[in-house]
Write a protein that binds this ligand. Structure first.
Ligand code: HEM
Length: 453
């Protein structure tokens, strides 16, 4: 297309009088402006600006068709990489490709089958030891915290099935949460960064990180020494070989990748599960249908197995529809390396572009009654009708989530196990709001009363 006929995205500013309200939850503002401006806007943010889009064609172009022209933004490259280290999620270019090729086989079917056993065991013991007590006393709990705890335990065991000890795991949990808080703080209030250095917050984080690195290094060393096999992700990381050299990863690389799997692999799943309980507790008919469909496959109490994941089809539909309405990764960020054009629009060199997964999942051109919770959208026949890049909770293109099948299996298992044991009643009159930061969290948690079925 002729350069002078290319359109520019409309520049939009956040009105100062609503600044706080909008930055607290920018989703409604973004959705309105995207609707008014052909799904592509250029939004002023403090001293800089960034493109935002919910046009599937642009999203596909950036993530897949011309992905070589885009890298992640500095938020990921600098803040996240500095805080948690260089791993699949945070690296770029040749190093990323080499790591991705090496690690990918660790998430293939055969491996997932082995991991499925670890998962089931962990879910059952969590429910027996912790949740059953809540149900016996009909306790009110914040289910978002519990799901976070469970997903953390699952990814820990999937990584290191024979350890580390409970108190060492807590250390890793603290490090990962502290890194996340730090990132959130840096994004929301960048001007406070020097203050955090002065008051020792950064030193504290550094100390935590060193301690949890040591826990992971110890687990790696022990495994190397004992030569035991456990069929977990650590075995997979230790066994990877680079195609070109036939060599394995260094201790440092294994540690970095393990920590990244912790970071990338639990909060997203926990959030999807949290929003799922919210939707199920407000849609009784769907909850009933789900329970019936799970019992048809598994009976009243049999644990699910890897083979059952194929048959737990309605559970999968509920999971997929939940992530349409509440995509845990609600936005994917990229930065353009060279000028580009797509769909008649220009994207200049060196621009940040935010791909609104939430925006495309709620787009009325692609979803009828987009705000309605309706798992029927994900029956095999209906899925065939979906246009490309209108549903992408795990991203797309070469950087598609490596843990997508791991997460889907995990969520099917948690759902199948929990829906047969408990019912959750939403505590009335609580405020339930989305808090879109790096992930889509419930701002005030989600309080429910646990009842036994
Ligand atoms: C519901 C759960 C999950 C969601 C919604 C999710 C979403 C995503 C998304 C959207 C990306 C792409 C980011 C981008 O392109 O910038 C991604 C990447 C990634 N995810 Fe997940 N994820 C989930 C679970 C997991 C799990 C369980 C693991 C590991 C056990 C994992 C590990 C990763 C890694 C390592 C990457 C980086 C891949 C790469 O760049 O090569 N994720 N995830």
């Amino acid at each position: 297309m002729q350069k002078d006929t290319l359109k520019k995205a409309k520049r939009v500013y956040i009105p100062p009088k609503n600044f706080l309200k909008i930055t607290n939850n920018p989703l409604p503002f973004f959705m309105k402006k995207l609707k008014e401006n052909e799904g592509f806007i250029d939004i002023g943010l403090a001293l800089t600006h960034a493109y935002i889009t919910n046009r599937p064609n642009i999203i596909r172009h950036v993530l897949q068709k011309n992905n070589k022209n885009y890298r992640k933004t500095d938020v990921v490259r600098e803040v996240l990489a500095k805080d948690v280290g260089k791993g699949l999620l945070t690296s770029e270019g040749d190093y990323w490709l080499q790591q991705r090729r090496a690690i990918q086989p660790g998430f293939h079917r055969k491996r997932l089958e082995a991991i499925s056993k670890i998962m089931i065991k962990e879910i059952r013991s969590f429910l027996d030891e912790e949740f059953d007590k809540y149900a016996d006393t009909e306790e009110v709990i914040d289910i978002s915290k519990e799901m976070m705890h469970l997903a953390f335990k699952i990814v820990s065991k999937a990584l290191f099935s024979n350890g580390p000890k409970e108190e060492d795991l807590e250390l890793i949990d603290k490090t990962v949460s502290s890194a996340q808080e730090y990132i959130v703080m840096t994004l929301r209030r960048p001007y406070l960064k020097p203050w955090y250095w002065l008051n020792g917050r950064s030193a504290e984080h550094e100390a935590l990180k060193n301690a949890s690195d040591k826990v992971i290094f110890d687990a790696i060393d022990e495994r190397i020494e004992t030569k035991e096999r456990h069929d977990d992700l650590l075995d997979m990381l230790l066994e990877t070989r680079y195609e070109e050299t036939g060599e394995g990863m260094s201790r440092q690389q294994i540690k970095d990748e393990a920590l990244i799997l912790y970071v990338a692999g639990h909060e997203t799943t926990a959030l999807a599960m949290t929003w799922m309980w919210y939707l199920l507790s407000t849609h009784k008919d769907i909850e009933d249908k789900l329970l019936q469909s799970v019992e048809e496959v598994l009976g009243k109490d049999n644990p699910p197995s890897f083979a059952d994941t194929r048959n737990l089809t309605y559970a999968m539909q509920v999971i997929e529809e939940t992530m349409r309405l509440y995509p845990p990764a609600w936005m994917i960020d990229r930065h353009s390396l060279e000028e580009d054009e797509v769909d008649g629009f220009v994207i200049e060199k060196d621009k940040d572009i935010l791909l609104s997964i939430y925006g495309v999942h709620h787009h009325p051109d692609y979803w009828e009654e987009p705000e309605k919770f309706d798992p029927e959208r994900f029956t095999p026949e209906n899925k065939k009708k979906q246009e490309p890049y209108t549903y992408l909770p795990f991203g797309g293109g070469p950087r598609l989530c490596i843990g997508n099948n791991f997460a889907l299996m995990e969520m099917q298992f948690i759902l199948a196990e929990m829906v047969r044991r408990y019912r959750f009643e939403l505590v009335p009159n609580q405020k339930i709001e989305m808090n879109p930061l790096i992930t889509l969290r419930p701002r005030y948690g989600l309080k429910v009363k646990v009842k036994r079925r």
